[in-house]
Design a protein around this ligand. Structure first.
Ligand code: GCO
Length: 256
């Protein structure tokens, strides 16, 4: 009984930005729970490599290379899913970029690039998927990846902070409008996780020491430690959970 609550067999999940890092870990985790996963990134070669890796584990995976920040590309990707008879039941809006620079110096171009990829793309991809979920009458799950910066700012990452704060409210806005269609939209707020995006921070001795000292768990998190929460939010176990953000941060916010 409790096992079937979390079973994703027969479901198809699109995970954006999933050729590596958190996205790839979530794709693997959802596939291990039974879902067919669609791996996405901008680069075809990176998508192919991740798909091959997942298929090599005996998991059901296929690829779709497109830029989530390009609305026409998103529409074309979903049109191709339609043509294939592929119904996306679960969307994980994970694709994200970082730009670290003092706010006084951030160019409008860098600001927009980060907001477009980290926030606007989640709206566009989420809505494109939701239109189909509503038309099919099947409902669905949308998981938007936030951050500790959905809650607390940190100097030098203002565009990212604003986008991730927006992600938290985007899930609530989606819940407000789509809950009656059986769609649950929630956010996951990862703590400091060991990923390529954070490589410069991990390799900065002072930052590494600060992460460990400020977290009651006293260490960085691993991408696979986000999987359980993603499975929960993607499965029937969370069918009356909507518009929430779950922080998976080792307790960092608990002691802030
Ligand atoms: C940063 C990092 C972020 C953090 C994240 C924690 O520069 O602050 O790149 O990705 O890891 O905000 O949730």
């Amino acid at each position: 009984m409790s096992r079937s609550l979390f079973d994703l067999s027969g479901r198809t999940a699109l995970i954006t930005g999933s050729s590596r890092g958190i996205g790839l870990a979530l794709a693997q985790g959802l596939a291990e729970s039974g879902a067919t996963v669609v791996v996405n990134s901008r680069q075809q070669a990176a998508v192919d490599a991740a798909v091959a890796q997942l298929q090599g584990m005996g998991l059901k995976a296929q690829g779709a290379a497109f830029d989530v920040a390009d609305q026409a590309a998103v529409e074309a990707a979903f049109a191709a899913f339609d043509a294939q008879g592929l119904a996306i039941d679960i969307v994980v809006n994970n694709a994200g970029i970082q730009h670290r620079e003092p706010l006084l110096d951030v160019s409008l171009e860098d600001w927009s690039r980060v907001i477009n990829t980290n926030l606007t793309a989640a709206f566009v991809v989420g809505r494109t998927a939701a239109r189909r979920m509503i038309e099919r009458g099947t409902g669905g799950k949308i998981i938007n990846i936030g951050s500790l910066t959905s809650e607390a700012a940190r100097a030098t990452v203002a565009p990212y902070t604003v986008a991730k704060g927006g992600i938290k409210m985007l899930s609530k806005a989606m819940a407000a409008e789509w809950a009656m269609h059986g769609i649950q939209a929630n956010s996951i707020g990862p703590g400091y996780i060991l990923t390529d995006m954070n490589e410069a921070l991990v390799n900065n001795a002072a930052f590494d020491a600060w992460v460990k000292a400020s977290n009651p768990t006293q260490r960085w998190g691993r991408p696979d430690e986000l999987v359980g929460t993603a499975i929960y939010l993607a499965s029937g176990a969370s069918n009356y959970v909507n518009g929430q953000i779950i922080y998976v941060d080792g307790g960092w916010l608990a002691v802030l």
